[in-house]
Ligand binder design. Structure first.
Ligand SMILES: N[C@H](CCC[C@H](N)C(=O)O)C(=O)O
Length: 270
């Protein structure tokens, strides 16, 4: 099985070109390839598939094998892959996801995508503003935002001191979120700059989360903390989020995508 390892600001996935390969069991394959000791090592698996309604289709699986409808860093890498490998012959195209069709704009240098802008659609508020859950007797006020996948955004100071290994699972598996949730921990530095850490549903702490950065920027605007254009600093790098709140209502995410290496993986014993 041929694969390509790619990363979007440190959020790394194993990508399979399903125009050429067939993946019989992506859930098990994701668990296998994600293992950083016995597999390839990644935050999960992403399939790049043919589509009847768009130029290609993206399916995303977390490291625990659970499938998610949308993946922000992943879709930027999918955009780069199909552009660089000439599966499309244009710099603007569409990717079908289980969260709808997403429009991609490529910025290229020497025929390689270096920056990708994704129309993430219209964000959905999934909580009261704000709402609190109780964890170990303490109230945690959060803002719930969906961009095709669920996020609980929590504003605080000193995110680097956060015990994410404890609070992350407490949010992820809290009864308030029947489908679990991704959770983001936000330190607002100015009206156009936020710092963020993320605990991902099904993958744990990752170095970046594109949907999480998008949801966090929307929550920052909704709560009056920032303007509509927000620079989001994550462990692995920065993303720029623009919420066109006054006109289309759509939110746009812009950032890099990098192809790290290609390889072969033996799945006969899968
Ligand atoms: N890393 C991805 C998010 C994956 C979300 C997944 N953990 C879920 O279950 O929703 C991103 O860049 O948006």
């Amino acid at each position: 099985m041929k694969f390509t390892k790619m990363q979007g600001i440190g959020n790394d996935y194993v990508y399979i070109n399903c125009f050429e390969e067939t993946v019989p069991d992506p859930v098990e394959l994701s668990k296998l390839v994600s293992d950083r000791h016995f597999g390839i090592g990644s935050d999960g698996l992403i399939l790049i598939c043919p589509s009847k309604v768009a130029d290609c289709r993206m399916r995303m699986f977390n490291a625990d094998g659970s499938e998610s409808a949308m993946c922000g860093n992943g879709i930027r890498c999918v955009g780069k892959y199909v552009f660089d490998h000439k599966l499309v012959d244009k710099a603007e195209f569409d990717v079908e996801t289980d969260a709808g069709i997403k429009h991609i704009k490529i910025t290229e240098e020497n025929n390689k995508a270096v920056k990708i802008t994704v129309d993430m659609g219209i964000p959905e508020v999934t909580s009261t503003l704000p709402e609190a859950i109780v964890i170990d007797g303490k109230d945690y006020e959060f803002i719930g935002i969906s961009v095709g996948n669920p996020h609980a955004v929590y504003f605080m100071d000193h995110i680097d001191e956060l015990d994410l290994e404890s609070i992350g699972p407490a949010f992820e598996f809290h009864e308030r979120f029947p489908e679990r949730t991704n959770s983001e921990y936000i330190e607002v530095k100015s009206r156009d700059y936020i710092r963020m850490r993320v605990w991902e549903r099904g993958s744990g702490e990752t170095w970046a989360c594109g949907t999480g950065a998008t949801a966090s920027a929307v929550a920052s605007v909704l709560s009056g903390r920032t303007e509509n254009t927000v620079e989001v600093e994550l462990k692995g790098g920065n993303l720029t989020i623009f919420w066109d709140r006054e006109k289309s209502g759509h939110v746009f995410m812009t950032g890099p995508a990098v192809e790290v290496f290609e390889g072969e993986f033996d799945i006969t014993n899968l």
